[in-house]
Design a protein around this ligand. Structure first.
Ligand SMILES: NC(=O)c1ccc[n+]([C@@H]2O[C@H](COP(=O)([O-])OP(=O)(O)OC[C@H]3O[C@@H](n4cnc5c(N)ncnc54)[C@H](OP(=O)(O)O)[C@@H]3O)[C@@H](O)[C@H]2O)c1
Length: 171
């Protein structure tokens, strides 16, 4: 697909991103917000005990990074309200069922809205403990897949893993 087409496709879309504190998903988030500011909403699933901690992680480990400098400069005073309007931090964990999201109201809202999922959450340590690697990189994918199946408007699931990049386009 040409970049213009992808840009157009992302307009008014609601996206769920896992692994956004990580290398790949952070770049993905920044690029979407910069090239398609008319995206409807981006949910970020972050490992955190509660919503406030998830928000703190979002600001300290993602939005506050040097990577967002260009967007910050482009939007100037509007940057903070743009981020509050478009980006929502959700506490969760892919290794748990329902992605570890405890707030059922939020979960229902997400299931009704999400059209695209990027699953980039993973443990990337090559010497990770076996049980942790299995929980995140295997069962985590399964949990994302079950969540995706429940999303009423899902159009696309993107799954990134070592040596693999899969795109599932829903009919
Ligand atoms: N980087 C590359 O060049 C590259 C190339 C090819 C393929 N890949 C694949 O792409 C994927 C992402 O790579 P990356 O380099 O972005 O990895 P990364 O920088 O290590 O980031 C991993 C992300 O996953 C999150 N995460 C880990 N366990 C989680 C859990 N249980 N629930 C929710 N989130 C969890 C981490 O969050 P925390 O901050 O909470 O730890 C972090 O945000 C991996 O599968 C990797 O193998 C990467």
């Amino acid at each position: 697909m040409e970049s213009k087409t992808i840009q157009g496709y992302l307009q008014k879309k609601t996206i769920l991103v896992t692994g956004a504190t990580g290398f790949l998903a952070m770049v993905f988030l920044e690029k979407i917000l910069r090239v398609q500011p008319d995206v409807k909403k981006v949910y970020l699933l972050l490992r955190a005990p509660d919503i406030n901690s998830a928000r703190d992680r979002m600001h300290n480990e993602i939005i506050g990074k040097e990577l967002f400098k260009v967007l910050r400069e482009q939007l100037g005073a509007y940057f903070d309200s743009f981020i509050s309007e478009k980006v929502v931090a959700i506490p969760g964990d892919v290794s748990s069922e329902n992605l570890g999201m405890k707030d059922s109201k939020f979960r229902e809202e997400m299931l009704n809205e999400i059209q695209i999922i990027l699953n980039s959450a993973a443990t990337t340590k090559f010497d990770e403990r076996y049980d942790i690697a299995l929980d995140v990189n295997t069962f985590g994918v399964l949990h994302v897949l079950s969540f995706a199946k429940k999303c009423l408007k899902l159009e696309m699931l993107l799954h990134v893993s070592t040596g693999q990049f899969s795109v599932f386009v829903c009919p």
